[in-house]
Write a protein that binds this ligand. Structure first.
Ligand code: NI
Length: 172
């Protein structure tokens, strides 16, 4: 297991549409392990494979991290099959969008299906933070960042801030 660097916006790779996993094998399980390591190293609660540069439809989420207990959950080829009309607003952030947080409105409840690390099909009904987190991470699989849900003005301000931070980092 290896912690890998996380891509940050603006980066064209983050706009890629990821492809379905054909077979859940040891290679995919190793990817899931690397994703979990990378997520914990960056102190995140969710990560999509594209955030470490791998354009496959794989997510890792761990919403109940406590000291010493890690329980990463893998979602492979996840699909939303139902969304509630009721909406919920959470202040979102993203490991690929450092130092920016903003309110995003999404369906409050969803139903989803996915494959687990054994390749078995699972179905799930989620609300609260898990519903928001799954939708945020599934957006990554379609090349969408949470700032893409903001107003045009807020989004362009965010991109300007991210571009400036990158230039400063490159200048050392
Ligand atoms: Ni994100």
């Amino acid at each position: 297991m290896t912690s890998r660097p996380i891509l940050t916006a603006p980066d064209p790779r983050l706009q890629a549409v990821s492809t379905d996993v054909e077979v859940v094998d040891d290679e995919i399980r190793a990817l899931v392990a690397d994703m979990a390591d990378s997520m914990y190293a960056a102190e995140g609660i969710g990560l999509a494979a594209i955030q470490i540069g791998v354009p496959k439809r794989v997510l890792v989420i761990d919403l109940d991290q406590k000291e010493g207990t890690r329980n990463p959950r893998a979602f492979i080829n996840p699909k939303i099959t139902w969304t509630s009309e009721e909406m919920a607003v959470y202040e979102e952030g993203c490991l690929s969008v450092p130092e920016i947080w903003d309110d995003v409105e999404r369906p409050a409840r969803i139903k989803a299906e996915y494959l687990d690390e054994q390749g078995d099909r699972q179905i799930l009904e989620a609300d609260g933070l898990l519903a928001t987190c799954l939708q945020h991470e599934m957006d990554h699989l379609n090349g969408v960042l949470f700032i893409d849900h903001l107003s045009r003005l807020k989004r362009s301000m965010a991109i300007r801030k991210l571009t400036k931070a990158k230039k400063l980092a490159a200048a050392g």
